[in-house]
Write a protein that binds this ligand. Structure first.
Ligand code: CIR
Length: 265
């Protein structure tokens, strides 16, 4: 089935406002808590950029019970045919998926769920025009992958199991989709050979944190502060929009994490 450009053409996004408790969010290394007011301002800028890219934006209320709930991407995978509710590998985030299942009912008739002992987070999933790539990580296990692969196979997708680099939170911490056949990746991930057959643009050394960029329709959203990557993408013909992301980055969050992007049929 042709899936030309379906991996970056979206009509809708769902996001959730950060709660003041975002300061208690999970983080691998501690560079200090994010500043809530600044986080909220960055989030508003992010939502505006998505709206400017031509999607209809649904913003859910902040939820104080879940410090990481602004990172909605981890709670679900949304494809045109249906949605899959994830089962986060971080115990403190399990309830976020339950919440997201309710929201997705407004958009999808077809909703599947990952069950224990599987666990998987949306940050470990990259969808291209030809396949669903899943990186195993501390947050995503093989059982989660197998369940997901079975679900998406019913909708005509092939899933491929990969490895998220050691010490990296999610697969997409190190890569992003530029178009259906082109990937932006860190050299350490590209070197693993997992993108063979794709065009790959490699992030300049020292700008690894720029890899979690998102393509939304004709705009490429990139965190600011990475001039080498911005130039690389602009020279390759992409329309690059740079956005402040310093506070989410303190919690290992990139631009992809803060929205579910989709075009339900
Ligand atoms: C976490 O550790 O779960 C959050 N602090 C960050 C989640 C980032 N999400 C993503 O990359 N998709």
């Amino acid at each position: 089935m042709p899936r030309q450009d379906q991996s970056f053409r979206f009509t809708h996004i769902v996001a959730r406002r950060p709660s003041p408790r975002v300061v208690d969010g999970l983080r691998a290394g501690d560079v200090g808590p994010p500043d809530f007011e600044t986080f909220a301002a960055h989030h508003a800028t992010y939502l505006q950029a998505l709206e400017d890219a031509g999607v209809y934006v649904t913003v859910l209320d902040a939820d104080d019970r879940f410090p990481d709930s602004v990172f909605v991407e981890d709670a679900a995978l949304c494809l045109p045919e249906g949605a899959v509710v994830m089962r986060p590998g971080a115990p403190s985030r399990l309830g976020e998926a339950v919440l997201m299942a309710e929201t997705l009912k407004d958009f999808y008739a077809n909703i599947a769920e990952i069950a224990a002992p599987g666990f998987i987070e949306g940050g470990d999933i990259l969808v291209s025009d030809r396949e669903v790539l899943v990186g195993l990580s501390e947050r995503t296990n093989e059982e989660g992958f197998n369940q997901l692969a079975k679900i998406v196979a019913q909708w005509g997708y092939k899933a491929r199991m990969l490895q998220t680099p050691e010490g990296v939170l999610h697969f997409k911490t190190d890569c992003g989709l530029l178009d259906g056949e082109t990937i932006l990746a860190t050299s350490r991930l590209a070197a693993s050979g997992c993108f063979e057959g794709y065009r790959v643009l490699e992030i300049p050394e020292g700008e690894e944190a720029a890899a979690n960029a998102i393509r939304v329709n004709d705009h490429m959203l990139l965190a600011d502060g990475f001039p080498g990557t911005a130039k690389l993408l602009r020279d390759a013909g992409y329309t690059v929009i740079t956005l402040p992301n310093s506070e989410a980055a303190k919690l290992d969050g990139g631009l992809s994490c803060m929205s579910l992007r989709f075009a339900p049929r």
